[in-house]
Design a protein around this ligand. Sequence first.
Ligand code: SF4
Length: 264
Amino acid sequence: MEEELLQFLHDIRSVLRCHQVGSIGDYPASPELSDFLARCEQKTSSVAEKIASLPKKVKETRVTSVRRKSDQGSLAEIAEEVGLCKSCGLAGQRKCVAPGKGGGGTIRLLLIGHWLSVPEPASIPAAETVFGTQEDQMLERMLAAIHLTPEEVFVTNVIKCGVGPEIQPQAEHIDACSSYLQRQIKAAAPELICTMGMVATRALLRLSQPLSRLRGRFYMYQGADGQEIPLLPTFHPSYLLQNPEMKKATWLDLQALEKRIFQK
Ligand code: SF4
Protein backbone atom coordinates (compact mmCIF):
# COMPACT_ATOMS: atom_id res chain seq x y z
CA MET A 1 0.00 0.00 0.00
CA GLU A 2 2.81 2.35 0.98
CA GLU A 3 4.66 1.50 -2.26
CA GLU A 4 1.54 2.22 -4.30
CA LEU A 5 1.11 5.57 -2.59
CA LEU A 6 4.75 6.45 -3.22
CA GLN A 7 4.40 5.48 -6.87
CA PHE A 8 1.24 7.58 -7.13
CA LEU A 9 3.00 10.60 -5.61
CA HIS A 10 5.97 10.05 -7.88
CA ASP A 11 3.68 9.98 -10.93
CA ILE A 12 1.95 13.19 -9.86
CA ARG A 13 5.30 14.87 -9.32
CA SER A 14 6.44 13.84 -12.82
CA VAL A 15 3.30 15.25 -14.40
CA LEU A 16 3.56 18.51 -12.45
CA ARG A 17 7.23 18.86 -13.27
CA CYS A 18 6.49 18.30 -16.93
CA HIS A 19 3.73 20.92 -16.82
CA GLN A 20 6.02 23.26 -14.92
CA VAL A 21 8.65 23.02 -17.66
CA GLY A 22 5.97 23.73 -20.26
CA SER A 23 4.50 26.62 -18.25
CA ILE A 24 1.11 25.02 -17.95
CA GLY A 25 -0.27 26.65 -14.84
CA ASP A 26 -4.02 26.60 -15.43
CA TYR A 27 -6.09 23.47 -14.89
CA PRO A 28 -9.83 22.99 -15.47
CA ALA A 29 -10.25 21.73 -11.92
CA SER A 30 -12.79 21.42 -9.16
CA PRO A 31 -12.16 23.57 -6.03
CA GLU A 32 -10.76 20.45 -4.29
CA LEU A 33 -8.31 19.70 -7.11
CA SER A 34 -7.30 23.35 -7.35
CA ASP A 35 -6.58 23.33 -3.62
CA PHE A 36 -4.56 20.12 -3.96
CA LEU A 37 -2.51 21.51 -6.88
CA ALA A 38 -1.89 24.76 -5.01
CA ARG A 39 -0.47 22.81 -2.06
CA CYS A 40 1.66 20.68 -4.41
CA GLU A 41 2.98 23.80 -6.05
CA GLN A 42 3.92 25.28 -2.68
CA LYS A 43 5.80 22.15 -1.72
CA THR A 44 7.70 21.76 -4.97
CA SER A 45 8.80 25.43 -4.74
CA SER A 46 9.01 26.67 -8.29
CA VAL A 47 12.63 27.13 -9.33
CA ALA A 48 11.62 29.41 -12.14
CA GLU A 49 9.79 31.88 -9.90
CA LYS A 50 12.89 32.17 -7.77
CA ILE A 51 14.96 32.76 -10.86
CA ALA A 52 12.65 35.54 -11.99
CA SER A 53 13.19 37.30 -8.66
CA LEU A 54 16.97 37.26 -8.95
CA PRO A 55 18.63 40.60 -9.65
CA LYS A 56 19.01 41.43 -13.36
CA LYS A 57 22.74 41.59 -13.13
CA VAL A 58 24.10 38.05 -13.01
CA LYS A 59 26.21 37.42 -9.95
CA GLU A 60 29.75 36.20 -10.38
CA THR A 61 30.08 32.47 -9.67
CA ARG A 62 31.81 31.74 -6.40
CA VAL A 63 34.71 29.59 -7.47
CA THR A 64 36.00 27.56 -4.57
CA SER A 65 38.10 24.83 -6.05
CA VAL A 66 38.83 25.83 -9.61
CA ARG A 67 41.10 28.67 -10.46
CA ARG A 68 39.89 30.23 -13.67
CA LYS A 69 42.54 30.56 -16.35
CA SER A 70 40.97 33.76 -17.55
CA ASP A 71 37.84 35.83 -17.16
CA GLN A 72 36.56 34.62 -20.51
CA GLY A 73 38.12 31.67 -22.35
CA SER A 74 37.06 29.69 -25.40
CA LEU A 75 34.15 27.21 -25.39
CA ALA A 76 36.66 24.36 -24.98
CA GLU A 77 38.36 26.06 -22.01
CA ILE A 78 35.02 26.72 -20.34
CA ALA A 79 34.08 23.03 -20.81
CA GLU A 80 37.35 22.03 -19.18
CA GLU A 81 36.61 24.24 -16.15
CA VAL A 82 33.09 22.84 -15.85
CA GLY A 83 34.55 19.33 -15.61
CA LEU A 84 36.44 20.34 -12.47
CA CYS A 85 33.87 22.67 -10.96
CA LYS A 86 32.72 22.26 -7.37
CA SER A 87 31.12 25.67 -6.97
CA CYS A 88 27.72 24.46 -5.78
CA GLY A 89 26.07 21.54 -4.03
CA LEU A 90 25.29 19.70 -7.26
CA ALA A 91 28.97 18.84 -7.70
CA GLY A 92 28.68 16.02 -5.16
CA GLN A 93 25.50 14.66 -6.77
CA ARG A 94 26.37 14.88 -10.43
CA LYS A 95 26.42 11.79 -12.60
CA CYS A 96 28.16 13.55 -15.49
CA VAL A 97 28.88 17.02 -16.80
CA ALA A 98 27.14 18.43 -19.86
CA PRO A 99 28.92 21.68 -20.73
CA GLY A 100 27.50 21.71 -24.26
CA LYS A 101 28.27 20.59 -27.77
CA GLY A 102 28.43 21.81 -31.33
CA GLY A 103 30.04 24.82 -32.90
CA GLY A 104 33.32 24.48 -34.69
CA GLY A 105 32.47 27.14 -37.24
CA THR A 106 30.67 30.44 -37.05
CA ILE A 107 27.88 29.86 -34.54
CA ARG A 108 24.59 31.14 -35.88
CA LEU A 109 22.31 29.75 -33.18
CA LEU A 110 22.79 29.07 -29.46
CA LEU A 111 20.24 26.66 -27.95
CA ILE A 112 19.83 26.64 -24.18
CA GLY A 113 17.91 24.10 -22.07
CA HIS A 114 17.67 23.56 -18.30
CA TRP A 115 19.82 20.60 -17.18
CA LEU A 116 20.55 17.02 -18.17
CA SER A 117 18.43 14.59 -16.21
CA VAL A 118 20.15 11.20 -16.08
CA PRO A 119 17.55 8.46 -15.55
CA GLU A 120 19.50 5.41 -14.29
CA PRO A 121 23.04 4.81 -13.05
CA ALA A 122 23.31 2.12 -15.72
CA SER A 123 22.21 4.45 -18.48
CA ILE A 124 24.59 7.36 -18.15
CA PRO A 125 24.31 9.01 -21.54
CA ALA A 126 27.08 9.35 -24.10
CA ALA A 127 29.64 12.06 -23.36
CA GLU A 128 28.19 14.58 -25.80
CA THR A 129 24.60 14.29 -24.57
CA VAL A 130 23.18 17.67 -23.56
CA PHE A 131 19.38 17.44 -23.28
CA GLY A 132 19.00 13.63 -23.12
CA THR A 133 19.46 10.83 -25.65
CA GLN A 134 16.03 11.01 -27.29
CA GLU A 135 15.85 14.77 -26.83
CA ASP A 136 19.16 15.29 -28.66
CA GLN A 137 17.99 13.08 -31.51
CA MET A 138 14.82 15.16 -31.81
CA LEU A 139 16.91 18.33 -31.73
CA GLU A 140 19.11 17.05 -34.57
CA ARG A 141 16.02 16.51 -36.71
CA MET A 142 14.69 19.97 -35.83
CA LEU A 143 17.95 21.67 -36.81
CA ALA A 144 18.21 19.74 -40.06
CA ALA A 145 14.65 20.83 -40.88
CA ILE A 146 15.67 24.49 -40.63
CA HIS A 147 18.87 23.89 -42.63
CA LEU A 148 21.39 24.45 -39.85
CA THR A 149 24.48 22.23 -39.62
CA PRO A 150 25.82 21.00 -36.22
CA GLU A 151 28.82 23.32 -36.73
CA GLU A 152 26.52 26.34 -36.89
CA VAL A 153 24.77 25.54 -33.61
CA PHE A 154 25.98 25.30 -30.02
CA VAL A 155 23.71 23.52 -27.54
CA THR A 156 24.06 23.89 -23.80
CA ASN A 157 22.16 24.00 -20.50
CA VAL A 158 21.70 26.58 -17.78
CA ILE A 159 23.09 24.03 -15.28
CA LYS A 160 26.14 22.15 -16.47
CA CYS A 161 25.97 19.16 -14.11
CA GLY A 162 23.83 16.17 -15.13
CA VAL A 163 21.88 14.82 -12.15
CA GLY A 164 19.40 12.06 -11.38
CA PRO A 165 15.65 12.66 -11.84
CA GLU A 166 15.14 12.71 -8.08
CA ILE A 167 17.18 15.91 -7.84
CA GLN A 168 15.42 19.19 -8.53
CA PRO A 169 18.05 21.92 -8.98
CA GLN A 170 17.20 25.18 -7.27
CA ALA A 171 17.68 28.86 -8.08
CA GLU A 172 20.93 28.95 -6.08
CA HIS A 173 22.41 26.29 -8.40
CA ILE A 174 21.37 28.26 -11.47
CA ASP A 175 22.90 31.35 -9.94
CA ALA A 176 26.15 29.51 -9.16
CA CYS A 177 26.39 28.15 -12.71
CA SER A 178 25.34 31.34 -14.48
CA SER A 179 28.80 32.74 -15.16
CA TYR A 180 29.63 29.69 -17.30
CA LEU A 181 26.59 30.39 -19.44
CA GLN A 182 27.42 34.09 -19.66
CA ARG A 183 30.92 33.26 -20.82
CA GLN A 184 29.65 30.68 -23.32
CA ILE A 185 27.30 33.28 -24.82
CA LYS A 186 30.21 35.69 -25.15
CA ALA A 187 32.55 33.05 -26.61
CA ALA A 188 29.95 31.69 -29.06
CA ALA A 189 28.77 35.18 -30.09
CA PRO A 190 25.72 33.69 -31.86
CA GLU A 191 23.44 35.58 -34.19
CA LEU A 192 20.42 34.26 -32.29
CA ILE A 193 19.61 32.52 -29.01
CA CYS A 194 16.75 30.05 -28.56
CA THR A 195 15.81 29.15 -24.99
CA MET A 196 14.05 25.80 -24.74
CA GLY A 197 11.72 25.49 -21.77
CA MET A 198 10.68 27.77 -18.95
CA VAL A 199 13.80 27.48 -16.78
CA ALA A 200 16.19 28.66 -19.51
CA THR A 201 13.78 31.35 -20.68
CA ARG A 202 13.41 32.84 -17.23
CA ALA A 203 17.11 32.51 -16.48
CA LEU A 204 17.92 34.73 -19.45
CA LEU A 205 14.95 37.07 -19.71
CA ARG A 206 13.91 37.36 -16.04
CA LEU A 207 10.27 37.52 -17.12
CA SER A 208 7.60 35.86 -15.01
CA GLN A 209 4.96 35.13 -17.68
CA PRO A 210 4.38 31.46 -18.57
CA LEU A 211 6.29 30.02 -21.51
CA SER A 212 3.06 29.47 -23.42
CA ARG A 213 2.72 33.28 -23.59
CA LEU A 214 6.40 34.11 -24.12
CA ARG A 215 7.15 31.58 -26.86
CA GLY A 216 7.18 32.37 -30.54
CA ARG A 217 8.34 36.00 -30.22
CA PHE A 218 11.74 37.61 -30.27
CA TYR A 219 13.12 39.44 -27.23
CA MET A 220 16.47 41.14 -26.78
CA TYR A 221 18.92 39.31 -24.51
CA GLN A 222 21.17 41.81 -22.76
CA GLY A 223 24.55 40.45 -21.66
CA ALA A 224 26.38 41.78 -18.62
CA ASP A 225 28.87 43.57 -20.89
CA GLY A 226 26.26 45.24 -23.09
CA GLN A 227 26.03 42.36 -25.58
CA GLU A 228 22.59 42.33 -27.29
CA ILE A 229 21.33 39.20 -29.06
CA PRO A 230 17.78 38.45 -30.29
CA LEU A 231 16.29 35.58 -28.28
CA LEU A 232 13.30 33.39 -29.06
CA PRO A 233 11.78 31.08 -26.41
CA THR A 234 10.15 27.78 -27.32
CA PHE A 235 9.34 24.38 -25.81
CA HIS A 236 12.00 21.93 -24.64
CA PRO A 237 12.33 18.60 -26.53
CA SER A 238 11.63 16.67 -23.30
CA TYR A 239 8.27 18.44 -23.10
CA LEU A 240 7.57 17.66 -26.76
CA LEU A 241 8.31 13.97 -26.22
CA GLN A 242 5.56 13.88 -23.65
CA ASN A 243 3.25 16.35 -25.37
CA PRO A 244 3.55 15.70 -29.12
CA GLU A 245 0.56 17.95 -29.80
CA MET A 246 2.85 20.92 -29.05
CA LYS A 247 5.22 20.05 -31.92
CA LYS A 248 3.20 22.16 -34.34
CA ALA A 249 3.69 25.31 -32.24
CA THR A 250 7.38 24.51 -31.88
CA TRP A 251 7.70 24.05 -35.63
CA LEU A 252 6.29 27.57 -36.12
CA ASP A 253 8.93 28.87 -33.68
CA LEU A 254 11.70 27.05 -35.55
CA GLN A 255 10.49 28.51 -38.83
CA ALA A 256 10.67 32.00 -37.27
CA LEU A 257 14.29 31.27 -36.33
CA GLU A 258 15.09 30.06 -39.83
CA LYS A 259 13.47 33.10 -41.38
CA ARG A 260 15.46 35.44 -39.14
CA ILE A 261 18.76 33.64 -39.73
CA PHE A 262 18.42 33.39 -43.48
CA GLN A 263 16.33 36.56 -43.81
CA LYS A 264 13.72 34.77 -45.93
FE1 SF4 B 1 29.71 23.93 -10.97
FE2 SF4 B 1 27.48 24.44 -12.30
FE3 SF4 B 1 28.01 21.93 -11.57
FE4 SF4 B 1 27.34 23.76 -9.73
S1 SF4 B 1 26.03 22.97 -11.40
S2 SF4 B 1 29.04 22.29 -9.60
S3 SF4 B 1 28.30 25.63 -10.56
S4 SF4 B 1 29.19 23.16 -13.02
